[in-house]
Design a protein around this ligand. Structure first.
Ligand code: ARG
Length: 462
């Protein structure tokens, strides 16, 4: 490459190895569309400021539109030995309109241009991730609806805790994904500020109407400080964080279903299409897609951590280190996108074994309900906890559970037990005894599902 955007100051061409090392075009070509969009608007702003005349403005607008069209139709054309996407677009423009193209960069720096491109990129790409989140949430909502009044145990410390509706468990994951949707919206809002007008660092010397330019490009506001703007990548960090947290949620979903579709639990059934076999053990049905989602979470967290460290010691102003923002950002985006697709597919085709979940939801995990029964008969909770603890110890020794007790046996532990105890101490009664809106009471879960459907239809907010 003989000519660079900055060749004038130099006697000799850059060392090819050093130049190649600094090249970002192979990955920032993903910003092509945004770079052209930004340049079209900048050309208009320069025209309105009286920097470009009408003839130049027309020539530039026509050529940029043609470049955009060609790149859209043939993405492989967006290629070459240019340093970065900005150089590529400018080279194409100058090739078409000569000096008019050479005037476009007046008052503008690549430092603000790259920030602009990345902001425009996130603004148009985040909604696509949100759409995939909504598809995954829909898969959980559909499964929750299908689960009806099926019961299962919940777990604390990975030990059986209390009975819950299967639908309540499924909606617990939907609740976390819904926060991710909102978190991405916030990251998008943070990116939604116009950096143009910042110049290389001190601001531009041309009378560009930045407020009008912001409106033209659909930005909610203009950045407040040109020095800050030239090295601010907080919006990229916020995006990486939102993606990481969403990947953590997907990883935990994966872990739950890897366990619960296995032989030991057997609560859910993986569709054959969501599993793979073993080359050696004919009986195996492996949850590879879920394991891969769990594994990829590490990669997203690595991108967040790595980029935070890149940012850590930077002095004020643009530094080339900032070029390291793009690969983690693009890869995180891709990782979340494929992980959401895989999770939605697996969850959508999951089968439920209600007899197994129901059986696991009865037995000694009704102990809290027994204690609550005694409380309803006037015994202080601390005392009932002790009484029931002793009953559990005895039942465990005998290999029995509450359902096996006769009324006289109940009354051996406390004369407060009446003959209604056998109907009140069941998994179904236990979930109906939960009272709060966020609880597993069937009416509360039905309302939560209704609320989720309403939110899916709106597709925005928390
Ligand atoms: N490729 C560069 C980046 O990604 C564009 C900005 C270049 N600015 C500069 N002063 N070298 O950060």
């Amino acid at each position: 490459m003989s000519q660079h955007l900055w060749s004038g100051r130099f006697d000799s061409a850059p060392d090819p190895a050093a130049f190649d090392f600094g090249v970002s075009f192979p990955f920032d070509r993903r910003l092509f569309e945004d770079d052209v969009t930004g340049s079209l608007a900048w050309a208009e702003a320069l025209t309105n400021a009286g920097v470009l005349d009408a003839a130049d403005a027309t020539a530039i607008a026509g050529a940029l539109s043609a470049i955009l069209e060609q790149g859209r139709q043939d993405p492989a054309w967006v290629n070459g030995d240019d340093e970065d996407v900005h150089s590529f677009v400018e080279r194409q423009l100058v090739a078409r309109v000569g000096d008019a193209g050479r005037r476009l960069h007046t008052g503008r720096s690549r430092n603000e241009q790259v920030s602009l491109d990345l902001r425009l990129y996130l603004r148009r790409r985040i909604p696509l991730l949100q759409q995939k989140l909504r598809a995954t949430i829909t898969a959980f909502a559909d499964q929750a609806e299908r689960a009806g009044d099926a019961l299962m145990p919940s777990y604390t410390h990975m030990r059986r805790a209390m009975p819950v509706l299967v639908s309540h468990f499924l909606l617990s994951h939907a609740a976390a994904l819904r926060r991710d949707h909102h978190r991405l919206e916030i990251a998008r809002e943070e990116a939604n500020a116009l950096p143009l007008g910042s110049g290389a660092i001190a601001g531009t010397g041309y009378a560009v109407d930045t407020a009008a330019l912001a409106v033209r490009l659909g930005f909610a506001r203009v950045v407040s400080n040109s020095m800050d703007a030239s090295s601010d990548r907080d919006f990229a960090v916020s995006f990486l964080h939102a993606v990481s947290l969403s990947m953590i949620h997907l990883s935990r979903i994966a872990e739950d279903f890897i366990l619960m579709t296995g032989e030991e639990f057997g609560f859910f059934e993986l569709a054959d299409s969501s599993a793979t076999g073993s080359s050696m053990m004919p009986q195996k049905k492996n949850p590879d897609p879920l394991e891969l989602v769990r594994g990829k979470a590490g990669r997203a967290i690595g991108h967040l951590t790595g980029f935070l460290i890149t940012m850590k010691g930077l002095p004020t102003g643009y530094n080339k280190d900032l070029q390291e923002d793009k690969e983690p950002l693009f890869d995180s985006e891709d990782t979340l996108a494929v992980s959401l697709d895989a999770t939605a597919a697996v969850i959508g085709k999951l089968g439920l074994h209600p007899e197994r979940t129901g059986r696991a939801a009865s037995g000694l995990l009704l102990a809290t309900d027994v204690a609550d029964y005694l409380v309803s008969r006037g015994m202080p909770f601390r005392q009932s906890h002790e009484v029931v603890g002793a009953m559990v110890r005895k039942l465990l020794a005998e290999g029995r559970d509450f359902e096996a007790l006769s009324l006289p046996e109940w009354r051996e532990s406390s004369t407060l037990f009446g003959d209604d105890v056998t109907t009140r101490v069941t998994a179904a009664a236990s979930v109906r005894a939960r009272r709060t809106p966020q609880s597993t009471h069937p009416a509360a879960v039905a309302a939560a599902l209704g609320d989720l459907r309403g939110w899916l239809a709106r597709g925005t907010g928390l």
